[in-house]
Design a protein around this ligand. Structure first.
Ligand SMILES: CC(C)[C@H](C(=O)O)[C@@H](O)C(=O)O
Ligand code: SF4
Length: 415
């Protein structure tokens, strides 16, 4: 096998040597659907008239989008999926409160180097932080995977993005990510895999790499991949759910594009309404009033994100309503034991159940028409957190600093 990480993963999972632009039928290593999409997937699965899923050990079903159920309709749909879990003997089912799917899969050791992991959720590219090929599909494709364990793909071409240098104080993985999305544009990497290289990427924590790969889809990419290294292996030690073989691009691998960036050029960034690539340095929009601050999501709901917010909020009081949602139960427990939880609660932050929370405007923190939320999430589409609302995206530090002042604020003022 030769080529890029994606070519190697598709070669292994299709059982032949394949290259970019080849069409393959691939064997899926793990399939994920959550409470929002499992309903549709199992409906299509039942319509196919198949009685048993391909492998109940390889299907992972975390409940995260609307937990605890916010409406009678959601409760009924969740009941339906729980029945499917029992009937099919699906072993990896996680009740609401365990965490967001893209946090739960890595924590439980399913996001592994070299694996092909398909989720019925667009941010399944997060698993690329561990050297996996992770991507999202629709519910009917997921039903096909439930039935056969296979799905067809066009092997993507790969863009090589290198970020060298050191991030400045007050500049985090989220700022780097927003900067790259701004430079690339929302469709600049459509149907490509993006491999990330360079000293700034190597310096990112595992959590930071998850932030980066999580937003690969916001450039249109099929996947975003960081080649696994010692940090990856340390995270997986004692956690990996299966054996794995890391794969790396060969020195002569063919990339369709190569981009170089200098980490020192990056200032704290904000994505302005209503597109994720509408990115500006925080200073350019500083002073914009906000009504709500939100720290959480699969992009930035991890312990280091809450810790950064706590560093800024310690001993102070927020000026606007501020919501924090730990990405998982495990993050919540660590926030409690480290004192971060107490610091944030004392500063006036409201905590809600680990899960997606208000990220996609379904419950728990919807904003009114004309209101503005500054969020650590990955999307700021029109109406995403409530009809007629405006969503800005920033790092946990920017959101915490802005929560203190009630307007978009450069976090360096508080560091
Ligand atoms: C509900 C789900 C299908 C959706 C996605 O695929 O991304 C959601 O997680 C989101 O972030 O908008
Ligand atoms: S936290 Fe937000 S972006 Fe992530 S899976 Fe949930 S709804 Fe989607």
């Amino acid at each position: 096998m030769q080529g890029t990480i994606s070519e190697k993963i598709f070669s292994r999972t299709s059982g032949k040597n394949v290259s970019a632009n080849d069409f393959v039928s691939a064997n899926i290593d793990y399939a994920m659907a959550h409470d929002g999409t499992s309903v549709l997937a199992l409906h299509s699965f039942r319509e196919m008239g198949i009685s048993k899923v391909w492998d109940p050990e390889k299907i992972i079903l975390p409940f995260d989008h609307l937990v605890p159920a916010a409406t009678e309709a959601a409760a009924a749909l969740q009941k339906n999926t729980r029945e499917f879990v029992r009937e099919q003997g699906i072993s990896h089912f996680y009740e609401g409160g365990e965490g967001i799917c893209h946090q739960v899969l890595p924590e439980k050791g399913f996001a592994l180097p070299g694996k092909l992991i398909i989720g019925a959720d667009s941010h399944s590219c997060t698993y690329g932080a561990f050297g996996a090929f992770g991507t999202g599909v629709g519910a009917t494709d997921m039903a096909e995977i439930f039935a056969s364990g296979k799905l067809w793909f066009k092997v993507p071409e790969t863009i090589k993005m290198t970020v060298d240098g050191t991030l400045k104080k007050g500049v985090y993985a989220k700022d780097l990510t927003l900067y790259l999305v701004g430079k690339t544009g929302i469709s600049g990497a459509t149907y490509k895999a993006v491999e990330f290289y360079g000293s700034a990427i190597a310096d990112l924590s595992v959590a930071g790499r998850m932030t980066l790969c999580n937003m690969a889809i916001e450039m249109g990419a099929k996947s975003g991949i960081v080649p696994p290294d010692d940090k990856t292996f340390a995270f997986l030690k004692g956690r990996a759910a299966a054996d794995y073989t890391p794969v790396y691009s060969d020195p002569d691998a063919v990339f369709c594009r190569e981009k170089y960036y200098d980490a020192a050029d990056i200032e704290p960034q904000v994505a302005c309404p209503h597109e994720v690539d509408n990115v500006e340095p925080v200073l350019k929009v500083a002073g914009t009033p906000i009504d709500q601050a939100f720290i959480g999501t699969c992009t930035n709901g991890r312990l280091e994100d809450l810790a950064t917010a706590a560093e800024i909020l310690k001993g102070k009081t927020v000026k606007v309503r501020t919501i924090a949602t730990p990405a998982s139960r495990s993050v919540l427990l660590e926030a409690v034991s480290s004192g971060i939880f107490e610091t944030l609660v004392k500063a006036g932050v409201s905590f809600i159940t680990p899960g997606c929370g208000p990220c996609l405007g379904a419950h728990q923190g919807i904003i009114a028409e004309g209101e503005t939320c500054l969020s650590t999430a990955n999307r700021n589409f029109r109406g995403r957190m409530g009809k007629g609302g405006n969503v800005f995206l920033g790092s946990p530090a920017t959101v915490a600093a802005s929560a203190l002042t009630g307007e978009i604020t450069d976090p360096r003022e508080f560091l």
